[in-house]
Design a binder for this molecule. Structure first.
Ligand code: FA5
Ligand code: MG
Length: 499
């Protein structure tokens, strides 16, 4: 029909995503800057660091055993994104404060797991990888962006291949032994499963099968980490030999390499509604543990509901930006969206891998905003927990159900509420307004102070916004104009009262 899919057409009641159109309703909350990101597909853009990172990880999962899916469309149903993965109806990940809704039943996928059931159903190979853009309303800081890229991996074994009366553990251990030695040590202090913290799916897996699947999963991912770390070492070596005046030899460098220190990696226990037992892998980077991925033994009702009940196995989901930042020493996640040739020209499939050399760092411009919430506004619990952006809550789509259960208080429930009355203040709404106004000129937003007035019971919040361009110096006038627009929108959209 239409000859161009960009920019998306917006008519009353219709939203265009790429070349497809969807009816809007009272659930719609996707802003234009998000729908515009759909056509970018950084993981498919040759020579882009996200694309190079994808290819590097794919090299740890060789054809023909593995099949790659890299062109799945980002608009999915709530059934694909949530129901097929056992998200309970009141899970906070479903909330409009966390997820971009096209309409009531349609969302921008919040994770690549949204495609798991469909690919299980298609039953094409033993293993698959899915790389794609994913979308979340989230904090603003140097490692969080509302659009990012994930790679999903899953490896399944079919019970029909075992001899009668035997489980699959022997077959899985054989496959384990065929994997290369990653040659790195990962701390793994916990037992494979724990009846309370990280249960075995006893109805579906023997303990021996769970042990074998877990071992194969962890080994496969350790191979990925070793592959990345080897590449990062190569990069550091290339940098040292090619540019003696490079900023990376400067001790005051803002851009340290992951190879500066011995690699420290650990497995920790985790929770996802679609795996059990589950883990996260963390790497020590710049003085802190950084979460790279989540994974686990596939919850058996996913393959069962997808028509392949005889298959058991594992799955993982990894953040490609996080890996690319480690690999290329990229200091700010916004850089991936830069069209500046000073960024893009530094990466090429044909050149040896080398760390990003930052162009000069432009000055920060801090502006505060304080406001009273409208009277009788609840603050959704957990909305505050992530305050001070970047305190390590990446679980936007996968937050622990139990932890979330207590926060249901102010959360609009997609399945019961039909009104748009703002019943709760959620920090992600502040983030969204700031992004909408400042686009890529905002570096981070931090909650600095909050208190409740002892007499009026009204709640006051103070946020500090750091405006900074990655490409030029912002004038104070520009920053002031952005900031007053942000203030106006906070009043207009959230109904707050500025102090
Ligand atoms: C998930 O999205 C699960 N679907 C992962 C999974 C798949 C678990 C299969 C089990 C089996 P989580 O929300 O933790 O989990 O996100 C996975 C990874 O995406 C994180 O470890 C992190 O690397 C990355 N990530 C999460 N939020 C952001 C963000 N806002 N910006 C950049 N990267 C992010
Ligand atoms: Mg997580």
């Amino acid at each position: 029909s239409s000859s161009t899919s960009f920019p998306p057409i917006r008519k009353l009641g219709i939203i265009a995503i790429g070349d497809r159109k969807y009816p809007t309703d009272e659930w719609t909350n996707v802003p234009k800057h998000i729908t515009e990101a759909v056509t970018r597909k950084l993981h498919l853009q040759p020579d882009h660091p996200i694309c190079l990172t994808r290819k590097l990880i794919e090299s740890a999962f060789p054809l023909p055993l593995w099949k790659y899916h890299n062109k799945l469309f980002p608009v999915v149903t709530t059934k694909q994104n949530f129901d097929s993965l056992n998200f309970p109806v009141d899970h906070p990940g479903r909330s409009r404060t966390d997820t971009y809704y096209i309409n009531r039943n349609t969302v921008l996928r919040t994770h690549t797991s949204a495609h798991q059931a469909d690919i299980f159903h298609a039953n094409l190979t033993d293993g698959f990888l899915i790389s794609a853009d994913v979308y979340r309303r989230d904090a603003i800081d140097r490692s969080h962006y509302p659009v990012f890229h994930q790679m999903e991996g899953a490896r399944m074994w079919d019970r029909k291949r075992a001899r009668p009366g035997e489980d699959l553990s022997e077959m899985i251990w054989k496959d384990f032994e065929a994997l290369p030695d990653p040659g790195i040590i990962v701390e793994d202090p916990n037992p494979t499963f724990d009846p309370v913290r990280n249960p075995l799916q006893a109805k579906h897996h023997s303990p021996a099968e769970c042990e074998a699947i877990a071992a194969h999963l962890k080994r496969s991912i350790e191979i990925v980490v070793a592959t990345i770390f080897r590449a990062a070492k190569e990069a550091a070596a290339n940098n040292a030999s090619s540019s003696s005046s490079s900023s990376s030899s400067d001790p005051s460098d803002d851009n340290p390499s992951i190879t500066d220190e011995p690699l420290k990696v650990r497995w920790i226990e985790a929770y996802f509604p679609f795996t059990s037992p589950s883990w996260e892998l963390e790497v020590f980077w710049q003085g802190d543990w950084l979460e790279l991925l989540g994974c686990g033994v596939v919850n058996q009702n996913i393959p069962s509901n997808a028509g392949v009940p005889s298959q058991i196995g594992w799955a993982f989901g990894i953040g490609l930006e996080r890996i690319a930042m480690l690999l290329y020493s990229i200091p700010d996640i916004r850089l991936f969206w830069s069209q500046d040739p000073r960024f893009l020209s530094q990466f090429s499939a044909k050149k040896p891998i080398a760390p990003f050399i930052p162009f000069s760092k432009y000055p920060a411009c801090y502006k505060d905003v304080s406001f009273w919430l409208p009277p009788a506004t609840e603050v959704a619990e957990g909305a505050e927990a992530g305050a001070g952006a970047g305190e390590g809550d990446d679980a936007a789509a996968t937050k622990d159900v139990d932890a979330a259960g207590s926060s249901a208080g102010g959360m609009p429930n997609p399945h019961t509420s039909s009104t748009q009355a703002p019943t709760a203040f959620h920090e992600n709404d502040v983030m969204e307004i700031v992004r909408d106004v400042a686009q890529d000129l905002i570096e981070d937003v931090k909650l600095m102070d909050e208190f409740t007035h002892p007499k009026t019971n009204r709640k006051s919040m103070m946020y500090r916004l750091n405006y900074r361009s990655l490409e030029r110096t912002l004038t104070n006038q520009e920053a002031n104009e952005l900031h007053s627009k942000v203030q106006d929108k906070l009043v207009e959209i959230l109904g707050v009262e500025l102090r």
